[in-house]
Structure formats: C-alpha cells, structure tokens
Design a protein around this ligand. Structure first.
Ligand SMILES: Cc1cc2nc3c(=O)[nH]c(=O)nc-3n(C[C@H](O)[C@H](O)[C@H](O)COP(=O)(O)OP(=O)(O)OC[C@H]3O[C@@H](n4cnc5c(N)ncnc54)[C@H](O)[C@@H]3O)c2cc1C
Length: 448
C-alpha cells in the first residue's frame, strides 16, 4: 500500500497497488529486473521518494515498482572540477549539506528538498524557488547512466569524462531529463555544482493592487538585476496565512518577496537598488540581510502551504492543477481568472508561487468526503489547465505531467506528440516503461 500513493489528488482517490517492489543497489540488479520485465511484458515504474504531485511514480497499470530511494550513495565529490557523481536515491538536502563542506552547492531548490531524490529531480526536471537565476535541474546534468527497458545499460553526455563542456554527439542527456521515467531507469548522475554564495538578502514589497506586481518584477529585471527568486502571495494566500497566524502578512492584494544572493557587497548593492526601483510603485518596501528579519519576512511564504486549509473548517488542500505556468505579464490575468473559476464552481483556491518565472501554485481547498464537491473540483482543475494553455502558458511549470495531465498533451504540443511517441517506441518498443504517463500512446485512453 505504501507504494500506491504520491502527493497527488489522483493517488488519494485511487489505490494503484504494484504487484512487486524491488529495491536495487547496483546497476546490474536494475538491468536484471528490466530484462525479466521485458521478456514477460511487465510494466515497470521507477520511483524516488514519491513526493511527485502527478501520480508519476505510482504503478497505475500494476507490475513492478523499482524503488531507488535506498540507493543513496554519493560516489565522489570532485572539488577541483566542481562536479559530483551520485546514485539516484541521494536526498537533495543531504547532497547540499555535504557540498557545503567544500563551499559548493547544487542551486536548484525544490520545496521538497528534505525528501526528494536527485534521481526524481532529474526525471522530473525539478525547479524551485531559485529557478529565476539558476534555472532548473537540466542546467546541471552533465551525463547519466541509464538502464533501458530491455536491460541494456547506456551512458549519455560526458558521464565517462570530467569535462564540463562538450558538444559531442546527440544530446540524449536532455532527452532523459524530464522524461518522467518513461524511457529508462536513471542509475548514475554526473552533476555540475557551483560555488555557494556567501551573502543573501530579502526584499519584501506590499502592493494594494496585484496588477502592479508583474510590472514591478519587470522593473527590477530592467534595472539590470536578476534576483535568485521572486515569489508572490496574493490576497487568497494572505488571508489564509493570517487566519493561521494573525498579523504575519500585511492586508493587501499582493506581497512580493525578492531573494538576492552573491558576495556580501553585491547583495547590499542589489538589495538597495531593488528597494529604490520598487519605491516607484509602492510605499511599503523593506530590504534586509539580517538573518532574523529575513526569516520574519519569509514567514508568510513558508507557512502558506499549511495555512491554505484555514480558508474553511472542513477544508483539505489538494495537489491538482497546482503548478501552471504563464507569461509573467499575464500573471494578474491568471490570478483573476482562477478566482473567477473558483467562484463559478463554488470552491476556494489559494494562489502563491514563483512570479519571477510566471509559475503559479494553486491550491484548491475542499471537503474531500463530499463526492459532489470532488466532481466540482475536477471541473475547476480542468478549467485551470485549459486557462494556462489559452494564456500562452503551460499546464505544468515544474511538477510534470505524470498521469494527471496526459489528456492535455495534444493541446499543448500538437503534432510534436507524434514524434514523442516515435522516440518512446525506439527506447521502449513493448511500452513497459511507466505506462500511462506523459502522453497517451495510440489507442490509449487517459488513465482516469
Ligand atoms: C511539499 C512539496 C514541495 C514541492 N516543491 C517542488 C518544487 O519547488 N519544485 C519542483 O520541481 N517540484 C516540487 N515538488 C514535486 C517533487 O518533489 C519533485 O518533482 C521531485 O523532483 C520528485 O522527486 P522524487 O524523488 O520524490 O520522485 P518521485 O515522485 O518518486 O518520481 C517522480 C517521477 O520521476 C520518475 N523517477 C524517479 N526516479 C527515477 C529514476 N531514478 N529513473 C527514472 N525515473 C525516475 C518517476 O517514475 C516519476 O515519474 C514538491 C513536492 C512536495 C510534496
């Protein structure tokens, strides 16, 4: 049963129980499992920590789950060449703790850092708070070892070299990063890491009208500064946070949080400059590098996920339509539309997220024991996904497609889905690798 869930609402509503779970600790063991599965046409689902929010690591067609979370070996930290070799089960936060001993870090910063595995991050191309400046997981992967569905083992990119720069051969690494376990099992990762910045600062700005927020972000970019992260809390999340812990956030339509990092001197300069730029749009703005004050300014953002349920006494926050991505300029339109869609379906939705790259987290809050409400939330979730496509955005900015967004593949990618299917068939002619995920194969229905 433990393997029948991840963080998605879909896994909460359904119990997809695998027939077998294996916990390999060697490439050869993964290869043997895949050979057996291939010979008998058995579905195989790779799994990291199961923190995904799209039912991606859940065996919706049964068969074998390969749990890679116990394979948590950091094989080597190559300090002079600023790279590491890890096995897939290493936890993100643990890797960063080890890297900090050498003044290094892996800058991608998912909210699930203390739980998720590097293998899961690579398979999902995870992003996070600092994607504005540092990009997502794909920017750090130099090479991979992958066990293919038939059991063959390949290496991509420069897994065997230590060069950080190479343009040799077709870029198979990029094909596996974000492929969500539908092409093979990632068993070894060569990851580029960076010097850890010595300074950090936070700027908080309060906006009576949320429409001002995106322009304020663009003003900061146009002043020549790229913060490491830019987060938004809108009136729905401000209300929820203040119900959870009164007075944490000012009553406003939007609060923006800018994080800057780098050398202490550059942080001081950038923070002061951001403050100056924002003062043209709001009178309430504060910059600090004091650790205690930074924690206070950040408190609302860190509480919002648990606070969401406070919007109603019988409420549960669900993970569905939870990370749509839109152009930055259209964030206010997206927030207004989500509010209107919530009103239309009679449901509360909390909004917050990474405005710096247009990635909005939406948290529908409902009574999950009422089937009629669940039916309404399903319509709401569908409307939010379609809104994202209509606003020239994407149904997912970071959590991936998994099984819950398969039905939008054609709308988002059109004729390219045909090419995706053809690539999938090259790697996985029998269709055993994480079936039912990312896009439907010919003749397949959406999983639920
Ligand atoms: C509280 C919370 C906050 C989150 N915040 C963020 C965030 O800020 N940014 C973000 O991007 N995501 C976030 N997530 C989503 C999730 O944590 C990430 O996508 C994470 O990278 C998944 O890692 P995992 O080890 O849990 O993978 P799993 O959930 O186990 O698997 C995810 C996918 O990867 C595949 N997979 C896993 N390991 C392998 C492997 N070795 N080889 C091949 N395929 C594999 C699985 O089949 C599945 O499709 C959050 C989740 C939670 C619960």
């Amino acid at each position: 049963m433990a393997y029948s869930y991840d963080s998605s609402f879909m896994a909460r509503q359904n119990r997809f129980v695998p027939d077998v779970v294996v916990l390999p600790r060697a490439t050869e063991e993964v290869s043997q499992v895949m050979k057996l599965a291939y010979a008998h046409g058995i579905p195989v689902t790779p799994r990291g920590a199961g923190t995904g929010e799209t039912c991606g690591s859940v065996a919706i067609r049964g068969g074998i789950v390969i749990d890679l979370s116990t394979w948590d070996v950091i094989e080597e930290i190559d300090v002079p060449n600023m790279q590491v070799f890890v096995r897939p089960g290493v936890i993100h936060a643990k890797l960063n703790e080890r890297l900090a001993e050498y003044g290094l870090f892996f800058p991608v910063d998912p909210g699930s850092s203390r739980m998720c595995t590097i293998g899961g991050m690579v398979a999902n191309n995870a992003g996070g708070l600092r994607a504005v400046k540092y990009g997502t997981t794909e920017n750090y992967i130099l090479g991979l070892e992958v066990v293919l569905p038939n059991g063959d083992v390949i290496v991509t990119g420069g897994l065997r070299s230590r060069a950080v720069k190479s343009v040799s051969g077709m870029n198979l690494t990029k094909l596996f990063v974000g492929s969500e376990g539908i092409l093979g099992v990632i068993t070894r990762i060569r990851l580029r890491v960076w010097p850890k910045p010595k300074g950090r600062g936070i700027v908080m700005a309060v906006f009576p009208k949320k429409d001002e927020a995106p322009q304020a972000v663009l003003d900061v970019y146009q002043s020549g500064i790229l913060p490491s992260g830019v987060e938004i809390l809108d009136d729905s999340s401000i209300e929820a946070v203040n119900l959870y812990k009164p007075g944490v956030l000012p009553n406003a339509e939007a609060v923006l949080l800018f994080e800057v990092d780098g050398s202490p001197a550059s942080v001081e300069w950038e923070g002061a400059k951001i403050e100056e730029v924002l003062k043209k749009r709001t009178s309430q703005v504060e910059f600090t590098t004091d650790p205690k004050r930074m924690a206070e300014l950040w408190e609302g953002r860190s509480l919002v996920e648990v606070a969401a349920t406070r919007l109603r006494p019988d409420g549960t926050r669900i993970m569905a339509a939870d990370d749509v991505s839109v152009p930055i300029s259209r964030v206010p339109e997206a927030l207004r539309t989500i509010k209107a869609l919530g009103d239309k379906h009679g449901l509360r939705v909390v909004n917050y997220g990474h405005i710096g790259d247009g990635n909005i987290h939406t948290a529908p809050v409902l009574d999950i024991d009422r089937p009629e409400e669940v039916a309404r939330v399903e319509k709401l979730v569908d409307d939010i996904h379609r809104m994202a496509i209509q606003l020239e955005g994407s149904t997912t900015g970071e959590h991936g497609v998994g099984a819950v967004r398969v039905m939008y593949a054609e709308d988002e990618h059109g004729a390219a889905v045909k090419i995706m299917r053809a690539i999938k068939r090259v790697f996985d002619p029998k269709g055993i690798m994480n079936p039912g995920k990312v896009f439907p194969m010919e003749g397949e229905d959406a999983p639920c």
